[in-house]
Design a protein around this ligand. Structure first.
Ligand code: ZN
Length: 355
């Protein structure tokens, strides 16, 4: 039986970020005064950074979230921190931003206390030592990275997370006021990621009662948000619960996320966009949900980009399909042990060509 971990502490509500100072006061000490702030470079020169009240021993690094995290980027940030601060003096690592920054902060915290390179820890339960105390301040909602057990990134080996109890945040500060700052498109596609995670989780053959309960409640909130009225608090909570659903699932992921991965790694599409475009072509597997999804698109007047794979050469379709089929755990969760005979490379390419 697995020993599940939850987020130990969290503050939730508008203005929650104002509690950061007292949280840090409670953990800083004379011997360990240093806090590392990894902040999405979207916030460069913005008022929000002032709310963090960075002190003299702290290190502030603006992190690029233009691309999804790569293993070399995590290694180079870790090296930069070791240059700017004495590792034994660091009391906490804070990640502030969207899912990409959440993932980077989780992984950097681990790499500060574990030997080697980030890619050595891609996979399940490979991390040996707890990372440095991690605080997440999500500013975009939907990926669930703030509460999931995975810090996902791409290495030359694969797009695969560090998946370990040590890669969960110790503390979250969830302040829905940040969602006001997110551009509309990014807002929509990231929220859609949450909606789709839950649907995938609920369809899985290996789902369990805990994960299912988190996913059901998260999906309920997402439906209220998408089909009734936008409510930032509900959206932020839905993302958090969705992440906990993934953290307690036996196998997170189903068909849609694997299909989306090649679109990300080969064509460079952002995660939320890739997942949404993949979902749009998976009506065969999610008939009721794709109908509802079309209502949501209409309501938000979202025009999905059409035929994004149109100009891809055959070689890239092969690469994308291979990226999909590497996800053995999710695909087995979707189709059962015999998944390879049902969900063939040809079938995957057929779907990809419609996207
Ligand atoms: Zn996702």
């Amino acid at each position: 039986m697995r020993d599940y971990k939850n987020i130990k502490n969290y503050v939730f509500g508008r203005g929650a970020v104002n509690d950061l100072q007292s949280i840090l006061d409670g953990i800083r000490s004379k011997d360990q005064p240093t806090v590392i702030f990894l902040v999405d470079d979207f916030f460069k020169n913005k008022e929000a950074v002032k709310k963090l009240r960075i002190e003299k021993d702290d290190v502030l690094i603006f992190v690029s979230s233009k691309h999804e995290p790569k293993s070399e980027y995590i290694d180079s940030l870790t090296a930069e921190i070791k240059q700017k601060a004495e590792p034994e003096k660091i009391i906490a690592v804070i990640g502030m931003g969207g899912g990409t920054v959440m993932d980077i902060a989780k992984c950097v915290s681990i790499m500060l206390t574990n030997q080697g390179k980030a890619e050595d820890y891609q996979g399940w339960d490979l991390v040996k030592h707890p990372g440095i105390y991690k605080i997440g301040i999500p500013t975009v909602s939907g990926t669930g990275a703030e509460s999931s057990r995975t810090g996902i990134f791409t290495s030359p080996k694969a797009k695969l997370g560090m998946n370990s109890n040590y890669s969960m945040f110790d503390q979250l500060i969830m302040d829905p006021d940040f969602l006001e700052t997110v551009p509309k498109d990014q807002f929509f596609y990231t929220a859609m990621d949450c909606y789709i995670h839950n649907i995938e989780l609920l369809h899985g053959l290996k789902t369990n009662l805990t994960a299912k309960s988190f996913a059901e409640q998260s999906l309920k909130l997402m439906r209220e948000v998408f089909l009734n009225e936008m409510d930032f608090e509900k959206l932020m909570l839905a993302s958090y619960l969705g992440g906990l659903g993934m953290a307690t699932a036996n196998a997170a992921g189903h068909i849609c996320h694997p299909v989306s991965y090649g679109l990300g790694t080969v064509l460079g599409l952002r995660h939320g966009m890739a997942v949404t475009l993949a979902f749009n072509q998976l009506g065969e597997y999610y008939p009721e949900e794709t109908k509802e999804f079309n209502l949501i698109l209409k309501k938000y007047a979202i025009e999905l980009p059409k035929k994004v794979t149109r100009n891809a050469p055959e070689r890239q379709f092969d690469e994308m399909a291979e990226a999909t089929l590497k996800n053995e755990k999710p695909l087995e969760n979707a189709f059962g042990e015999d998944w390879k005979s049902v969900f063939t490379k040809e079938k995957v390419k057929e779907i990809l060509k419609k996207i």
